[in-house]
Design a binder for this molecule. Structure first.
Ligand code: HEC
Ligand code: HEC
Ligand code: HEC
Ligand code: HEC
Ligand code: HEC
Length: 501
């Protein structure tokens, strides 16, 4: 009898434990998985995103964030810029969708909150992101309409803080921000008054650290820093001179060029001419009203999606790319009667490495031709065939590999870079070539072009399907110089003299 009682108690306890575990699992599955990192629970881990709801215990719902259309009425200038920006299509971008779908399938859904945390923070916060295998070549995602608007006004302007102290390095990244949706819109105006919403001054919005929450990405498992635009900037002379991301990406290109050349924040430039009304119904003009086109180097996607006004954003992106770098030549005699051409590529005006972020997908390379005065081609390198960068080209990118050192560009597999060749801010890299001048040549011409593609054609073909998108090649810089054979002889004897000394 006693024995039986003991057993049944044991059974009951086991049953209770099972029920508890099962219901806990159900709660975790239906709501959000919570994982502690440094003793703090992150409801959308591996995203370091947090949402603070006004009402105690309230769950974030799509209606807690307002549609950009609502803001457009009083902030037409900001709306016009934003609607052509990559931020407005950070969820719909077909290249992103395809890569995310591949990641989703390869990791059994583990990348849903990771990738979504930056590309659709509202989708992750409201749990409305759904995978649909019938979309695109590899499957795709849908979300609540407001979440499909990506990094929208109310994402950035309800950000009230950062959770960066809890990342592995204490630096911002992996969606380390707090959103407090509601009436309060936060930015950098002091004493602003709006008839429609409350306002609050936010120091964070003045800083690169604000952007960094999304513009620094590390792998959630192996912790490899896959993309580190903010870290690159932080180690640059721009950061040392108080120049923030906003100083180049929230002003017109011509202003950004001055910022890089004068090494001053936009507000300190003489006659910057950026003033105006920040919103309809504002009492006074402001010293600076910020561009919201967030123009970078992408000249493809907004146009491919048929975004209204995409051509203006594209023109700005072209100008940004065309003013980022400088080219120069040095020709020095080499062994065995050969000459060495050194093409110097300087990153003059990007506040981070060139290229940055997806340094393993972006393509920057040199095309070089040397011809003599008799019409002989002495050298050619980097000539694209069928829009593919040839293997002999000098490229300025990082090569990503998996944990076994095998090349991969899948973000969920990347564990390291085995070759680093992006160009640091205000720094330079060389492309080096050898050529022979025929005895009959009296002179020769050197031509170089620096090219940019957002992705290799092969990547676009793999993600979207063959022939769906022709990746444009942007000529960032071009340089042609004529040399006489006599110049080379002088150079040769000068080097010989220097060597003899
Ligand atoms: C009825 C007009 C109106 C609407 C609609 C409106 N705003 Fe405003 N907003 C203003 C005015 C006016 C200001 C104050 C400008 C000033 O003080 O120079 C302002 C200021 C702001 C500021 C600056 C806050 C600060 O303190 O730095 C932000 C950010 C902002 N609005 C975002 C939004 C967003 C996001 C929406 C849409 C969800 C929106 N606004 C809708 C009129 C409006
Ligand atoms: C990626 C984040 C981001 C998005 C998206 C965004 N903003 Fe902003 N916005 C900022 C930042 C940062 C500032 C302040 C820049 C500074 O002072 O250096 C700002 C400034 C403002 C201001 C103050 C006046 C000015 O222009 O400086 C208003 C008003 C505003 N934004 C409205 C909007 C509206 C409306 C939208 C959507 C159509 C929007 N923003 C989308 C980041 C964003
Ligand atoms: C910490 C924020 C963050 C996370 C996490 C993140 N991304 Fe991104 N992603 C970005 C930013 C910022 C860019 C823009 C960089 C640029 O254009 O230089 C970007 C750009 C991209 C692009 C290039 C789009 C284009 O058209 O050029 C792809 C593809 C992409 N991300 C895929 C992913 C996938 C897949 C994941 C998850 C495995 C992911 N991202 C996770 C922030 C993030
Ligand atoms: C909530 C996350 C988030 C924040 C905050 C954010 N970004 Fe982005 N940003 C993205 C994502 C995601 C993309 C890529 C969209 C795509 O290509 O699919 C992007 C794209 C960009 C691009 C276009 C890159 C290209 O290839 O042309 C620029 C420039 C940019 N962001 C600058 C900024 C700046 C400057 C700030 C701070 C004022 C900022 N971003 C804040 C997530 C964010
Ligand atoms: C001194 C001006 C300057 C500053 C400061 C600056 N950028 Fe840029 N950025 C550029 C230029 C020029 C380009 C175009 C060349 C390129 O693609 O790198 C660019 C390109 C980009 C791109 C697209 C890169 C690509 O090829 O896909 C992103 C994303 C970006 N910037 C984000 C940022 C962020 C985030 C910060 C702050 C941490 C920042 N930038 C600071 C000038 C600047």
């Amino acid at each position: 009898m006693k024995h039986a009682l003991h057993w049944s108690l044991h059974h009951r306890l086991t049953l209770l434990a099972l029920v508890l575990i099962a219901s806990l699992a159900a709660v975790l599955a239906t709501t959000r998985i919570s994982i502690a990192e440094g003793g703090i629970a992150f409801p959308y881990y591996p995203a370091f995103l947090k949402v603070e709801m006004k009402a105690e215990g309230a769950q974030p719902m799509p209606e807690n964030w307002q549609d950009p259309q609502i803001c457009a009425g009083c902030h037409p200038r900001q709306y016009k810029g934003w609607s052509t920006s990559m931020h407005s299509i950070s969820f719909k971008d077909p290249v992103f969708q395809a890569e995310w779908a591949l990641a989703h399938k390869a990791t059994d859904g583990k990348t849903l909150n990771h990738c979504g945390g930056c590309h659709t923070p509202i989708g992750v916060a409201t749990g409305t992101v759904k995978f649909d295998p019938s979309l695109g070549k590899h499957g795709g995602f849908t979300a609540a309409p407001i979440a499909e608007k990506g990094v929208s006004c109310d994402v950035c302007h309800t950000i009230s803080g950062t959770t960066a102290v809890h990342t592995s390095t204490g630096n911002p990244g992996n969606a380390s921000f707090v959103m407090s949706p509601g009436r309060v819109k936060r930015a950098t105006l002091k004493d602003s008054k709006s008839p429609f919403h409350d306002t609050e001054y936010s120091e964070l919005h003045t800083k690169s650290a604000f952007c960094a929450n999304c513009h620094n990405i590390f792998h959630p498992d192996n912790r490899f820093p896959v993309e580190h635009t903010f870290d690159e900037w932080k180690a640059s002379p721009y950061a040392q001179n108080g120049i923030q991301c906003q100083d180049c990406h929230m002003v017109p290109v011509d202003t950004a060029i001055r910022v890089a050349d004068e090494m001053k924040p936009a507000k300190d430039l003489a006659d910057h001419g950026l003033g105006g009304f920040a919103g309809m119904g504002a009492k006074n003009k402001r010293d600076i009203v910020h561009d919201h086109g967030f123009v970078g180097g992408n000249t493809v996607i907004a146009e491919a999606l048929g975004v209204k006004g995409a051509s203006e954003n594209k023109a700005e992106a072209l100008k940004r790319l065309q003013n980022a770098a400088e080219l120069d030549f040095e020709i020095v005699p080499a062994k065995g009667g050969a000459n060495m051409l050194k093409v110097k590529v300087t990153n003059k005006r990007a506040g981070h490495h060139l290229p940055t972020s997806l340094t393993f997908i972006r393509q920057i390379w040199l095309e070089v031709h040397i011809t003599d005065d008799q019409g002989n081609e002495l050298l050619n390198s980097g000539v694209a065939k069928n829009n593919h960068v040839p293997s002999d080209a000098v490229t300025f990118i990082n090569r990503s590999v998996d944990k076994d050192g095998k090349p991969t560009i899948n973000p969920w597999e990347i564990a390291n870079f085995d070759h680093l060749n992006t160009i640091p801010p205000k720094g330079f890299r060389y492309g080096v070539y050898a050529f022979h001048l025929p005895p009959a040549a009296k002179g020769f011409k050197v031509q170089a072009k620096l090219h940019y593609q957002s992705y290799a054609q092969g990547v676009a073909d793999k993600l979207l399907g063959e022939g769906k998108l022709t990746v444009p090649t942007v000529v960032m810089k071009e340089l042609t110089r004529d040399y006489s054979a006599a110049d080379m002889k002088t150079a040769l004897s000068t080097t010989a003299k220097m060597a003899a000394r």
